[in-house]
Design a protein around this ligand. Structure first.
Ligand code: PHE
Length: 360
């Protein structure tokens, strides 16, 4: 091949190697393949080559052209990759840095209310057992709050004393402020096919007010519907939950026969504590903590579920109550009084959500 082609190949190669960025690279490209580029010039000059040499020179020029095009393209790819690397390196951020405890404007960071914190903890613990969260409205039909749950018309829970009623609707029945989260059991069974595994944290209402009762309070309901569910599943699930929530690995748990219209058999669940000191986990006394049982076949039937194929258990507990016990709070009322001193004392750090690995 002629010397001028060799020279062009060599010089282009070193110019490409020296091009440190895409701008310099483009200058080499234009200077070689552009309208007035060196290779373009040589191709244009082909006409002046003596006829006997023209064919060979033309072929050599075309080979060189393909070679240079490939070399130029390869350099572009390399430069782009290097530019991306550099950007990634310069934009790297350290996600392990602790967040600032104060908002940028200097405002004090808020805290998580103990009720919300308990709901977060419940969700983390039951979430790890495969439960999802379901919700329902505060204003509930009389049918879902009571009848669907096998609570007959004469049941004491239906008396005005306990229940807040609203003015009657078109059907002549008075809606209620739900007295428990259990109507969401019925809503869930009516709304989806089994298997079901839900918890239902939420507000509940009863006409009651003293140091341990508030007209508005919170419960969490649990419902499991599947094939072959037994009392053993109920017990294992609740023992695991209570030990995880209170952070006491050997917390004594007792199941005591009881009555709820919507479960059969029904059990109340107690945990071990010391009545004198209030300490949980030891002391030989028992403290009632929640209600539970196997879902009554009539409730399954009311919600369109075939009790010969599906069984399940349900439970319900007061969120204020377990929060007070966990944190040694003597009085229920401050939960709703917005006293900043109480809130600062009991609020949870919003930057450390509950984690099962650390113990909620
Ligand atoms: N709904 C009951 C209550 O408010 C608690 C409960 C729920 C009991 C589910 C059994 C099963 O007291």
């Amino acid at each position: 091949m002629s010397d001028d082609l060799d020279a062009l190949r060599g010089e282009t190669a070193s110019a490409l190697a020296a091009a440190a960025d895409l701008r310099a690279w483009d200058a080499v490209r234009v200077g070689t393949l552009g309208k007035s580029g060196r290779l373009t010039g040589l191709l244009k000059g082909l006409g002046g080559v003596p006829a006997e040499d023209r064919r060979e020179r033309g072929a050599a020029l075309n080979r060189l052209k393909a070679e240079l095009e490939a070399a130029i393209e390869a350099r572009r790819t390399a430069l782009e990759a290097a530019a991306l690397e550099a950007r990634l390196a310069s934009e790297r951020m350290d996600v392990s840095l602790p967040p600032r405890a104060h908002a940028p404007g200097g405002a004090e960071l808020g805290g998580i209310h103990p009720i919300s914190r308990t709901i977060e903890e419940l969700t983390a613990i039951f979430g790890a057992m495969g439960f999802r969260v379901a919700e329902g409205p505060d204003i509930e039909s009389d049918w879902l709050n009571f009848s669907a749950l096998n609570i007959p018309d004469h049941h004491p829970a239906r008396q005005d004393h306990d229940t807040f009623y609203l003015p009657a609707g078109a059907d002549g029945r008075r809606p209620v402020l739900r007295t428990h989260t259990s109507p969401v059991q019925a809503r869930t069974m009516l709304g989806q096919e089994p298997p079901i595994r839900v918890i239902v944290p939420g507000r509940t209402w009863r006409a009651d007010h003293d140091a341990t009762h508030s007209p508005m309070f919170h419960q969490v309901e649990g419902l499991v519907i599947d094939r072959g569910i037994t009392l053993g599943h109920l017990k294992g699930c609740l023992i695991d939950f209570l030990r995880a929530f209170f952070g006491i690995g050997d917390l004594p748990v007792r199941f005591r026969a009881s009555y709820f219209p919507f479960t059969e058999p029904s059990m109340e669940v107690d945990i071990g504590w010391n009545r004198k000191t209030g300490e949980l986990g030891k002391g030989g006394d028992w403290l009632e903590i929640l209600g539970s049982g196997m879902v009554h076949p009539r409730v399954l039937a009311n919600c369109g579920i075939d009790a010969r194929e599906w069984q399940g258990f349900a439970f319900g507990m007061g969120i204020e109550r377990i929060t007070m016990l966990k944190h040694g709070m003597p009085d229920l009322r401050p939960f709703y009084e917005s006293d900043l001193r109480w809130l600062r004392h009991y609020a949870a750090d919003p930057l450390s959500p509950p984690s099962l690995t650390e113990g909620v």
